[in-house]
Design a protein. Structure first.
Length: 323
């Protein structure tokens, strides 16, 4: 049976054949994570309501879309999709975003960092190490306020980074969008308290208990499409601080940083100014799953420059309202 959106109808019965997933004993584990995430979607949609799904065009976003689809099937999910667009995104991710959202018939909201710079609200950084990553936070907070959203679904996982490991599935933000890691509500026995005080909003993270390997095995099990960035391909890159950056007009190179061609793939998708690639020949889902199963480095720790600034770089940004 096909869904109205042109692809196989979502199924949660666990009986579907998982293409590329060799470890069939993992299927019950993935279905349990799926059920937990679906519960989060339904609970948050009911209370506090007026939600939005944050979407970057990456693998976690693709999984969130699938889970949201299942949570409300056969109806469409009852909230729009929003991308905080820096203007320095990978073209492959933007193409995937537009096409996937159109296939679902969902509303897409694009909150633009570039537009905020143009109208003088924000000041762009300049120089070889310039990044618009921090500028996403005020644009996100303004968009949440302008649209009156009381909840925002995100794809953060606890295994990504130490600050995210501290966060609950429901992360409450004050009237300035700030996060206080010492003032979080308990979530005992899977019980969620979605009550939002005036001026607050909540970030909901249905993938909190997933690992990167879980995400990839779920992608394989569900046969989900991802941007080609995630699979090995030849690309012009340059080396900086132990990472390989895609050569582009968005990143000014330092003296001596020469461009060369390499076979790489990306473990995470973000602003091109702070997202690194890894050398890899994993060109299929099965090969990527095997590669991730063998690594002991998180994707953000290995390929995101913005998380290397200080020991508490992510926590500092989250306190200010970051994803």
């Amino acid at each position: 049976m096909n869904s109205p959106w042109g692809h196989p109808a979502p199924s949660s019965d666990g009986n579907g054949g998982p293409p590329g997933l060799r470890c069939h004993h993992r299927v019950p584990h993935l279905r349990a994570l799926e059920a937990e995430a679906i519960q989060v979607f339904r609970e948050v949609a009911a209370e506090p309501g007026k939600a939005v799904l944050l979407f970057s065009g990456g693998k976690d976003s693709a999984v969130l879309l699938r889970l949201a689809e299942k949570a409300f099937w056969p109806a469409r999910f009852p909230f729009p999709v929003m991308h905080i667009d820096t203007g320095h995104n990978f073209p492959e991710a933007i193409e995937f975003r537009d096409r996937r959202v159109a296939e679902l018939g969902a509303e897409l909201i694009v909150a633009s960092v570039a537009r905020a710079i143009e109208d003088g609200t924000l000041t762009d950084e300049t120089g070889p190490r310039a990044s618009r990553n921090r500028l996403q936070t005020p644009v996100l907070l303004d968009a949440i306020s302008d649209h009156g959203f009381r909840a925002a679904f995100g794809g953060a996982r606890r295994d990504e980074e130490r600050a995210r490991a501290k966060e609950r599935m429901l992360s409450f933000r004050d009237d300035f969008g700030g996060w206080d890691p010492k003032a979080q509500r308990p979530e005992l026995w899977g019980q969620l308290n979605g009550n939002v005080k005036p001026g607050e909003h909540v970030r909901a993270f249905p993938l909190s208990n997933w690992t990167e390997l879980d995400v990839w095995e779920y992608v394989a099990m569900e046969g989900l499409e991802l941007p080609p960035l995630y699979f090995a391909h030849r690309r012009e890159v340059f080396s900086r601080d132990g990472m390989l950056y895609a050569a582009s007009d968005f990143v000014e190179r330092l003296p001596g940083e020469e461009v060369f061609e390499e076979t790489v793939r990306f473990r995470t998708v973000g602003d091109m100014s702070c997202t690194g690639a890894v050398r890899s020949y994993a060109a299929t889902l099965e090969e990527v799953v095997a590669e991730i199963a063998a690594t002991n480095l998180t994707e953000r720790g290995e390929t995101r420059a913005d998380d290397r600034v200080t020991e508490a770089a992510m926590e500092d940004r989250k306190r200010d309202g970051y994803f």
